[in-house]
Unconditional design. Structure first.
Length: 289
């Protein structure tokens, strides 16, 4: 279905869940298709994307999740206006180096594929805010990941083959949250990372450690409540919320809240039902402490 989105004549084409095994002929023959700004061809049976995708040079959002893609054409680099690219739940084993040409890309979702590595060129995506690499088979992360100074969320969760992290990871900003739960990082590697994280002059990203490494302390001090709340909502896959009442508590009450938030955040690794906890339940629990 083709439809206009707004007064700026942005145009969307929705072909999700059509049982498609290949792109329709209109992508190679219809001149008007190049005007598309939003394209959703998710939940089909696509095994490849033809080079014609490079014709869609006005595209801002491209949804390709839940297909059977094994590769992405190099000409995807022509999509200079692309801001959101969702390639989750496919069978991708690699990402083309030319992804560095997507200079307006803000959100890149690659979770639940078969990636063993990502190209170092990804560090050139200077506007990237969200990078989701969870549930893959990564063995390494490029050093240049630290160049992504606009990054807010980096998800490395559930990569059991990932045994080491680059030093460049610590060059990400304090506004970035990195999830390293359920990775293959060794105890020595985790210990070294946590020591750096707890250092007094640490200025790197907020790191979400695996269960068992209760983050009661941050930079050598008890974790501030706003940071614990941020971690909690990161687990719940929501944006951080503010609870102004918390700042009126006395120190004993604040310690109780801090302890509860830490336990809730980390047990969520193994209790998926906590991930659907809504805001009302959170507020109710906080008022009961």
């Amino acid at each position: 279905m083709l439809y206009h989105l707004n007064k700026y004549q942005e145009t969307a084409l929705a072909l999700d869940d059509w049982g498609l095994k290949s792109l329709p002929d209109i992508f190679g023959k219809q001149p008007l298709i190049s005007r598309l700004t939003h394209l959703n061809i998710s939940s089909n049976q696509l095994t490849s994307i033809l080079k014609e995708i490079g014709r869609l040079q006005n595209l801002k959002q491209l949804y390709l999740y839940h297909n059977q893609l094994t590769s992405i054409p190099k000409k995807i680099g022509r999509l200079q206006h692309l801001e959101i690219l969702i390639l989750s739940s496919n069978q991708l084993t690699s990402i083309p180096k030319r992804i560095n040409q997507l200079q307006n890309l803000k959100k890149l979702y690659l979770y639940n594929n078969q990636l063993t590595s990502i190209p170092k060129e990804i560090g050139q995506l200077q506007h990237l805010e969200v990078l989701d690499l969870s549930s893959n088979q990564l063995t390494s992360i490029p050093q240049k990941i630290g160049q992504l100074q606009q990054l807010r969320i980096l998800k490395l969760w559930n990569n059991p083959t990932l045994q080491r992290l680059p030093d460049g990871l610590l060059c990400l900003t304090r506004s970035c949250t990195v999830d390293i739960r359920m990775t293959g990082l060794s105890e020595p590697a985790l210990s070294d990372l946590q020591a750096a994280y707890n250092a007094e002059h640490y200025r790197g990203p907020n790191i979400f450690f695996p269960m068992g490494r209760m983050q009661q302390y941050h930079h050598g001090q008890p974790q501030p409540l706003p940071l614990l709340i941020k971690n909690l909502f990161f687990v719940l896959k929501e944006e951080p919320k503010s609870f102004f009442e918390l700042y009126q508590l006395d120190e004993k009450q604040r310690n109780s809240v801090r302890d509860w938030l830490s336990r809730l955040s980390y047990t969520a690794d193994y209790q998926p039902e906590l991930r659907v906890l809504d805001n009302r339940q959170c507020i109710l629990k906080l008022t009961q402490i």
